[in-house]
Design a protein around this ligand. Structure first.
Ligand code: GUN
Ligand code: FE
Length: 425
């Protein structure tokens, strides 16, 4: 029997669809070789030989996925929040990311990022590093040790930023990416590489052509930014006069879904044609509500995307966003959707708690495979929460406890965590 075969006992909540949260008080979640066999009110005969980890009274939910986060920005979250995107990049973000040329700074900053990610409720993440290969490999080493499962990208940028945060040429950026892929290949079991052109204004056509070739040769997933801010969208229109819309500028290089599993962060300002292409190509949308509010970008129509069958999960987008927990992204998403509905567009009803919970678990988790639920066949990522700090004089139902956790929980409430059936703590 492997140590990824066991039973967790506690108060379990998980999504089965965007509008259905299942809940079982005092249930038994069965893991066999790190894969869920389902949740039961009594342990089925065939599993009675498995050890039981008794978490009675604790809330147990699937691990959360952060579909979009910048590790090198963790150190300045909560700063520069009076600016809009392009000015924020130039004055706050790029100078900070330039520091990661130095490994001592990178080590100190990335250690803190990884330790805090490990302690919180997220079990999976898609992470931007910087353009620096040594610091990116260091980040991957730290993440591998953490026990979490992540995809990490060395960022590509050969235009549109200062000399100290720009690669010399498309060729040197592509060659450095190849060196990074080779130095990280076969080095990890939980940490993968994801191709990361920062966004169109940071990458020349020549670089995008080379990255498209690398994507196909190495069958890499892709992550980038899309239609986040009005100034950015106008800039892309100028840079790419032959593109029909922003997403088309990625598509022309084969970097917009289809055979390349792709995440695009934001999609606040995506028009109908862009939305249609995302749907056809199965592009994942990383909805990052806190970032969109902090940088005054707007509010993405996440409810529309979800209800129309787009692939969508949640991102913290640190340091556009300030908090790493995807519980926080769930409540931010709900609140932002209410303002959008009231003030901008009454045709898109606010997100419900069930929808936000779905996006933060199954929605983002599915980028990693069968991840984010306790239904049979899902990889066993689980978070154990002591919500005793939130107790009230009256008895709450399990779904009420989940809702309060979404709004009120803090990382310190996470008392245990499993990834693919392996105990992180
Ligand atoms: N677009 C290009 N780079 C960035 C970044 O670092 N953060 C956000 N929010 N948008 C971007
Ligand atoms: Fe981002």
């Amino acid at each position: 029997m492997s140590n990824t075969s066991f039973i967790l006992r506690g108060d379990l909540c998980w999504s089965t669809s965007p509008d259905q949260v299942e809940a079982m008080r005092n249930g038994y979640l069965v893991s066999v070789d790190g894969v869920s066999r389902g949740v039961f009110q009594e342990v089925p005969e065939e599993y009675t030989h498995l050890p039981v980890a008794d978490c009675a009274g604790k809330l147990i939910v699937p691990g959360l996925t952060d579909l979009h986060v910048h590790a090198p920005q963790y150190a300045f979250r909560g700063l520069g929040m009076d600016l809009e995107l392009l000015e924020w990049l130039d004055t706050v973000t790029f100078p900070e990311e330039a520091r990661y040329a130095g490994l001592d700074y990178a080590r100190a900053a990335y250690r803190k990022f990884v330790e805090d990610l490990r302690r919180g409720p997220n079990t999976r993440a898609c992470i931007f590093a910087t353009l620096h290969t040594p610091a990116t490999v260091l980040l991957m080493d730290l993440l591998e040790e953490s026990g979490l499962i992540t995809l990490v990208g060395k960022v590509n940028m050969d235009r549109g930023s200062p000399d100290n945060l720009r690669e010399e040429s498309a060729d040197s950026s592509a060659r450095e990416t190849l060196a990074w892929l080779e130095s990280s290949a076969d080095r990890y079991t939980r940490t993968g590489a994801i191709l990361t052109p920062r966004f169109i204004p940071s990458c020349t056509d020549e670089l995008m052509t080379r990255l498209g070739e690398l994507q196909r040769e190495y069958r890499l997933p892709v992550q980038s930014h899309l239609s986040e801010n009005a100034g950015e969208v106008a800039w892309v229109r100028e840079l790419c006069p032959n593109s029909k819309f922003y997403g088309d500028a990625y598509d022309q290089f084969g970097l917009f879904g289809g055979d390349a599993p792709t995440i695009m962060a934001h999609c606040v300002l995506s028009g109908e044609a862009e939305q249609e292409l995302m749907k056809v190509r199965g592009v994942y949308i990383a909805h990052c509500p806190a970032s969109n509010m902090n940088l005054s970008s707007g509010v993405a129509p996440a409810g529309k995307y979800l209800r129309e069958g787009q692939r969508i999960g949640l991102g913290s987008d640190i340091a556009g966003g300030t908090h790493g927990s995807i519980f926080r992204a769930m409540s931010d998403a709900i609140q932002a959707s209410k303002l959008r509905w009231r003030l901008q567009d009454q045709s898109i009803k606010p997100l419900t708690t069930a929808e936000a919970f779905y996006m933060g678990t199954v929605g983002g988790g599915s980028f990693f495979g069968k991840v984010g639920s306790f239904e049979p066949g899902y990889e066993l990522d689980a978070v154990i929460l002591d919500d005793g700090r939130l107790s009230t004089p009256r008895e709450l139902t399990l779904t009420q406890r989940l809702e309060r956790t979404i709004y009120l929980s803090e990382d310190r409430d996470v008392v245990g965590k499993f990834v693919q059936g392996r105990r992180v703590f």
